[in-house]
Design a protein around this ligand. Structure first.
Ligand SMILES: Cc1cc2nc3c(=O)[nH]c(=O)nc-3n(C[C@H](O)[C@H](O)[C@H](O)COP(=O)(O)O)c2cc1C
Length: 180
């Protein structure tokens, strides 16, 4: 995977894809599925929403880090299956044949099959809403895939895959920060 400018982090979260969140609890890698995400500024801060019913939640708070990975459309079934079982019982990297790769700033692994991975550190946890604010320390992209379309959850068990893309960069240029 190739490192790119940190500014690119926003372009992977702002479209609202379903993401895979990897963690390392000190003994074992784990991964969960998250569709509740949001970009909140141009300074590489993002939010995920989760809670204590997930094993990953405790690991993220204990280690203060995770990796947010963007799966391509052809991983949809795996993405759903990952979100249907817990790392308390299942070694999900093994079960779902995911490739853990070493990250630079965190112990949680990158996922080799994903479009991009964002190495993140926890900035703040807002308990009332289960918001975990993350700062992206490093962005890596996968340049070897055939499929780059992202997956979007509707919320009722159906999903939308990226479709037509419109380019209005010229109209927005005054609002686009350097690096984007
Ligand atoms: C499509 C999909 C989207 C999900 N989105 C979220 C989410 O946004 N937040 C969350 O806490 N759990 C979400 N989940 C549920 C977790 O992924 C699930 O509870 C997971 O098995 C937790 O794994 P763990 O116990 O190993 O951490 C989602 C599951 C699926 C299938």
């Amino acid at each position: 995977m190739k490192e790119v400018e940190k500014e690119r982090a926003l372009t992977f979260i702002e479209p609202g894809p379903v993401v895979l969140v990897s963690t390392f609890d000190g003994k074992k890698n784990n991964v969960m599925t998250i569709s509740w995400t949001m970009a909140i500024d141009f300074a590489q801060n993002i939010v995920i929403t989760t809670g204590s019913w997930n094993y990953s939640f405790g690991t993220i708070l204990a280690t203060q880090e995770c990796v947010i990975c963007i799966p391509p459309a052809n991983m949809l079934e795996t993405v759903v299956r990952v979100g249907m079982v817990s790392g308390r019982e299942v070694d999900k990297f093994k079960e779902f044949k995911l490739t853990p790769l070493s990250a630079k700033y965190v112990k949680a692994p990158l996922i080799g099959e994903c479009v991009a991975c964002l190495e993140c550190k926890v900035v703040e946890y807002i308990e009332r809403y289960g918001f975990i604010i993350l700062h992206v320390e490093r962005v890596v992209v996968n340049e070897t895939l055939k499929e780059y379309r992202m997956i979007h959850a509707v919320g009722d068990g159906t999903f939308v895959i990226d479709g037509e893309k419109a380019n209005l960069r010229e109209l927005m240029k005054e609002k686009l920060p350097p690096g984007l």
